[in-house]
Design a binder for this molecule. Structure first.
Ligand code: FAD
Ligand code: DLZ
Ligand code: SF4
Length: 508
């Protein structure tokens, strides 16, 4: 007989390794292991999601006729690692081969390859662009840009195209129409929530007991844990969220953790949703005039553009990518990232909801917590570990390029053409946080000044030698040069004070 491995983020019935096996003779192994639950201090709700969804998937596989050996976290004999469990069960069952699907993380794939087991690898066909296809696309290109990759993917997938292959609406990218701040009084739809069944309740108790040392609340878990529930979450978004997603994709608001975002990333990344079907649903919704084009294009761009692009870069550049630090950052991650105890209202809200829900939307991750880490010069590996730990949807293949490349510019501009650095003005324009903040966004050098302002100019000044030649920052360096000496010295001095406070372990 042969053994098949299904990992916690591979919960798809059409997984390539399952398709290669036969329920009549072969056995599937699924294992909850300390090694995977502790390689970073995952948010307790993320562990609940993975374990509960794994247990539900094992049940569903058994109902489809598979023999599944399921190892619970505290089961006697559990070796604590995926490689250890494969070895134990291969010996116990006398399996000749172990079939498995490409891992999402380089770390685990490496560990399995090093384990000396008779492995038969299968491509992860749940992604639209294979590792090899991306490498072929990237080969011989002087510069990689998401926009070029995305256009190719639109053509290949036949999404939002006219019969002659041109983009519907006459343009490929409506990013410029995705940046409206939220009008006063407009609120996001009521989020879809899923009640805990017996399996989830048992897992919540287990995680509460075994991972009380991890940051984040285990209470309030309401994520979908089965394919049916994930589909309900998706349909809820199609009906109530997607139409406004286009306009308010970049907006942030007090007490609004989700706004018009889908909140599907965790379900999608662990295999409870299929990216092709999501894109077809969005294309159809536009063709049936249920949603505007800026929503349809904006959403499809995230899925077949950014999501596949970052995965391609990850597998092209690992393992050296994880060690890059182009800007030479050396500052430790401030403690308030783990507690949310800061006077900066935007940071408090983004971190607070992250600890509560394991979720923050893209602009909060990029322009609030990410922007702060960039401006403050945090060591890339430290901020990457934070993102990997605290978000429900976080897996190295998607978290690392987004954080290290897009946010921290630690790859020197390989993934994106410029750092997304911004002062408090950006947050003021896109949110109502500043009105509720004890800092003043209009000030830059005073004691009550918004920290983002001085840190922004400090960042621009201290990295001049690396960034001034970037044409996309030319305007910024022109305004720096137009600043009075007193003003420049003022923002530098205030930046120094803020950084010293961080170095002293003080919150700001
Ligand atoms: P929506 O805003 O509704 O978007 C729809 C879908 O598009 C998402 O579910 C996601 O699958 C995809 N998507 C959107 N932007 C991206 C992107 N930049 N990269 C990849 N997919 C994208 N996403 C993860 O899935 N896992 C991560 O670990 C992760 N880490 C991130 C770290 C940083 C620093 C940043 C800036 C972004 C990160 N993202 C990550 C991307 C993005 O923030 C999340 O996908 C999104 O917030 C998930 O919420 P949603 O489902 O409501 O997304
Ligand atoms: C994230 C995670 C956690 C917390 N626990 C498990 C586990 O116990 N067993 C398992 O098979 N997978 C788990 N996962 C998902 C893996 O970490 C993921 O498969 C790897 O990071 C590779 O993508
Ligand atoms: Fe954030 Fe600055 Fe606005 Fe406060 S003033 S909410 S710190 S941008």
């Amino acid at each position: 007989m042969r053994l098949g491995l299904v990992l916690g983020d591979q919960l798809s019935f059409d997984l390539a390794s399952l398709a290669a096996l036969d329920p009549a003779h072969d056995v599937i192994l699924m294992a909850e292991v300390q090694g995977e639950a502790r390689y970073v201090p995952h948010h307790p709700q993320k562990i609940v999601l993975i374990f509960s969804a794994m247990r539900h998937f094992a049940q569903a596989l058994r109902e489809r006729g598979w023999r599944v050996e399921y190892v619970e976290l505290n089961a006697p004999g559990n070796s604590g690692s995926i490689a250890g469990e494969l070895r134990r069960w291969q010996q116990a069952l006398g399996a000749t081969h172990i079939h498995l699907t490409e891992c999402g993380e380089w770390r685990l794939e490496q560990a399995l390859n090093d384990a000396g087991l008779p492995l038969v690898w299968h491509r992860d066909t749940r992604f639209l662009c294979s590792r090899d296809a991306f490498a072929r696309w990237a080969k011989d290109r002087r510069q990689l840009r998401m926009e070029h990759f995305y256009r190719g993917m639109r053509k290949r997938c036949g999404l939002l195209l006219e019969p002659d292959g041109s983009p519907v609406g006459g343009t490929w990218n409506l990013d410029g129409d995705n940046r409206k701040p939220l009008p006063r009084g407009l609120r996001g739809p009521f989020p879809a929530r899923f009640a805990q069944d017996e399996i989830t309740t048992a897992v919540v108790a287990l995680v509460g007991e075994c991972f009380s040392d991890h940051y984040g609340a285990v209470e309030g878990f309401d994520y979908p844990v089965t394919h049916e529930q994930a589909q309900q979450l998706w349909e809820h978004f199609l009906e109530f969220g997607l139409a406004a997603f286009g306009d308010y994709q970049d907006a942030m608001a007090e007490g609004e953790p989700f706004l018009f975002h889908a909140r599907i990333s965790a379900a999608l990344n662990i295999g409870l949703l299929d990216v092709r079907r999501l894109c077809e649903d969005v294309d159809n919704a536009w063709r049936e005039a249920r949603i505007p084009l800026n929503a349809a294009e904006g959403f499809i761009r995230q899925l077949i553009g950014w999501r596949e692009y970052v995965r391609g870069i990850y597998w092209l550049r690992m393992p050296e990518y994880a060690g890059l630090n182009y800007l030479g950052n050396d500052r430790a991650l401030p403690e308030f990232y783990w507690t949310g105890h800061t006077r900066m209202r935007c940071m408090e809200q983004a971190i607070g909801q992250t600890l509560q829900l394991g979720y923050a939307h893209h602009i909060q991750r990029l322009m609030v917590t990410g922007n702060f880490a960039l401006l403050a010069g945090i060591v890339p590996s430290a901020i990457c570990e934070w993102y990997l730990a605290v978000y429900m949807d976080a897996f190295d293949w998607v978290e690392l390029p987004n954080t290290l490349g897009m946010v921290m510019h630690a790859d020197g501009g390989y993934l994106g053409s410029k750092p997304y650095c911004a002062s408090g003005r950006y947050i003021q324009r896109m949110s109502d946080h500043c009105k509720a903040c004890s800092y003043k966004v209009e000030h830059a050098v005073e004691e009550d000044a918004c920290p983002f302002n001085a840190l922004y100019w400090h960042f621009i000044i201290r990295h001049r030698h690396l960034l001034a030649s970037n044409p996309r920052l030319a305007l910024v360096y022109r305004s720096l040069d137009g600043m009075s000496v007193a003003r420049r010295e003022g923002v530098w001095a205030r930046g120094q004070i803020l950084l010293a406070q961080l170095d002293n372990g003080e919150s700001i």
